[in-house]
Design a protein around this ligand. Structure first.
Ligand SMILES: CC(C)(COP(=O)(O)OP(=O)(O)OC[C@H]1O[C@@H](n2cnc3c(N)ncnc32)[C@H](O)[C@@H]1OP(=O)(O)O)[C@@H](O)C(=O)NCCC(=O)NCCS
Length: 99
């Protein structure tokens, strides 16, 4: 977590989305920075730290699932060397049941 004046202004989390043991070192990364604290380098510091720690925790691969309209996040991840490797469909429905 990134904290400023006792307020959480950003967080980063890793989670296993694949249950087989063979994938244990491959995890999804999710990162969020509070709107009022964006573009101040907080996301950069969070990602830098997770990349530093990950190998020590047995993690060899990070991946992110990002909506194609989320251009900022795609740019952010590309800056860290993430590449687009897959396009997924029928992932998310809105409250009206629309894909
Ligand atoms: C993506 C996100 C985490 C970036 O956090 P941030 O603290 O604003 O990013 P930083 O200030 O550390 O910027 C690091 C780099 O990201 C890219 N970036 C960040 N904001 C950007 C913007 N508005 N437009 C273009 N590139 C941007 C730039 O390459 C930037 O490097 P630079 O400043 O040297 O150009 C933040 O925008 C966010 O929380 N988005 C909503 C949540 C989300 O989409 N999460 C990803 C899905 S899991």
């Amino acid at each position: 977590m990134a904290v400023e004046k006792d307020k959480v202004v950003g967080w980063i989390a890793l989670s296993h989305t694949l249950s087989r043991a063979t994938y244990s070192g491959s995890v999804e990364v999710r990162i969020y920075v509070d709107d009022s604290f964006k573009q101040k380098g907080i996301g950069y510091k969070l990602m830098q730290e997770i990349i530093r720690i990950a190998p020590k925790k047995g993690i060899w691969s990070l991946y992110a699932a990002i909506f194609s309209i989320n251009v900022v996040s795609i740019k952010f991840h590309e800056k860290w060397g993430f590449r687009k490797i897959r396009y997924r469909e029928r992932i998310d429905k809105d409250k009206f049941g629309k894909w």
